[in-house]
Design a binder for this molecule. Structure first.
Ligand SMILES: NC(=O)c1ccc[n+]([C@@H]2O[C@H](COP(=O)([O-])OP(=O)(O)OC[C@H]3O[C@@H](n4cnc5c(N)ncnc54)[C@H](O)[C@@H]3O)[C@@H](O)[C@H]2O)c1
Length: 364
């Protein structure tokens, strides 16, 4: 990029133009999705304040993504209303994107109470901040998950009007987070300018996810130490997609519902039908893209906690309301994840790599 050139000059960026100068409050900014999101918002020229605990993993994307000095980062716990309110009031946001959560199914079996406290009371607290805000917040998106539905292991995708009743404590806490949001939207934001939506996205992949017990980070760890990749449930189907897909969907919902509350609602965000692969197929794509003779094997675990085998989303609502569709297929999503990881492995420039991906995504 030329010296002095604006980072995304020349790219058609309705999304980014809208965010320039907007005050945006992001919870969970130190996490995997939050770091990518803040990088996009920083590129757009938004005034971003993040509120979250320190990054959940030692090695983490937040530190790698060059956000220092480009946003205000407040470290705090979403269970602590006073701390959140102080950060919120000082940011005085126009837009709120709520991502902070305990997001791991297996962790939720180990500590269900913490998972509920964070995921449910965290939602109550952020919506209280919005409700009590001195200046009305224009647009709120609560990021939940594809796992909010009562899973019956059926083959078709779940639609937004189907029962919310996740099985494990993580999924169920996110069903509760949905219900809390629905109540606040009906009780407190039915009048006035504040538009409130939720977004239920599928499993995301992308560079910089260092979480335990997620398939692509597991693949990367195995490949980097020349180990065979062990896959617990190779036949389980999940709506995998690149992390930029849901992030741009969240940004689009927040933008489009601003001043147009009729568009607010609960939206699934997932891949095209053809890209709903099982975990074994995903791992196979990873092995092909990574090269270097890496392989996987199926390794079932004894006494493993319950996880759904089959989970698909019906994304016709977001398509018909907003015309939204994913841009990158599963091959491209894995390819970009591998590309990012190889840049990181060789000590390359991660902020530039992230900006390249964002630019390429916008141009797609
Ligand atoms: N990664 C996925 O595949 C996926 C899929 C669907 C939905 N989601 C949702 O997206 C959001 C972000 O997920 P992620 O993958 O980036 O997770 P992550 O673990 O990388 O990040 C979680 C973020 O929440 C913060 N956090 C956790 N507990 C907190 C607390 N008590 N107080 C304040 N902050 C706290 C962490 O510090 C971090 O910033 C979550 O709400 C998750 O449920 C993720």
């Amino acid at each position: 990029m030329g010296v002095g050139q604006r980072p995304l000059e020349g790219v058609v960026t309705t999304e980014l133009e809208f965010y320039r100068g907007k005050r945006v409050f992001v919870t969970g900014h130190t996490g995997f999705k939050g770091s990518w999101l803040c990088r996009i918002l920083a590129l757009a020229g938004a005034e971003v304040t993040g509120f979250a605990l320190p990054a959940p993993t030692g090695q983490n994307l937040f530190e790698l993504s060059g956000l220092e000095g480009k946003m205000t980062s407040v470290i705090g716990d979403v269970r602590d209303f006073d701390a959140m309110k102080a950060a919120f009031d000082s940011a005085n946001p126009e837009i709120v994107l709520h991502l902070a959560a305990q997001p791991l199914v297996r962790e939720s079996y180990k500590d269900p109470a913490y998972t509920y406290e964070t995921n449910v009371m965290g939602t109550v607290n952020i919506l209280e901040c919005v409700r009590r805000s001195r200046v009305p917040v224009m647009s709120v998106v609560n990021i939940t998950t594809d796992k909010v539905y009562k899973n019956t292991e059926r083959r078709q995708g779940y639609r937004e009007d189907e029962p919310l009743d996740g099985f494990d404590p993580y999924s169920n806490s996110k069903s509760c987070s949905e219900l809390v949001t629905h109540s606040y939207a009906a009780s407190f934001f039915a009048e006035g300018p504040t538009a409130v939506s939720t977004a239920r996205a599928g499993n995301v992949i992308g560079g910089g996810d260092f979480a335990v017990d997620r398939i692509l980070p597991d693949c990367v760890r195995a490949a980097m130490s020349d180990r065979l990749i062990k896959v617990r449930n190779p036949r389980s189907v999940r709506p995998y997609q690149h992390v930029l897909e849901p992030l741009f969907a969240y940004l689009m919902i927040a933008r489009r519902q601003w001043g147009n509350r009729g568009l607010a609602g609960w939206y699934n965000v997932g891949p095209e039908e053809a890209d709903c692969v099982n975990t074994g197929e995903l791992t196979g794509i990873f092995c092909k893209k990574w090269g270097e003779g890496v392989f996987w094997e199926s390794r079932a675990e004894e006494n493993a906690p319950h996880e759904a085998n089959y989970l698909k989303l019906d994304c016709s609502k977001i398509r018909s309301v907003f015309g939204w569709r994913p841009k990158w297929d599963i091959e491209k999503a894995v390819e970009e994840t591998v590309e990012w990881t190889k840049v990181w492995r060789s000590g390359g420039d991660i902020p530039s790599e992230m900006d390249r991906e964002i630019r390429e995504y916008l141009e797609a």
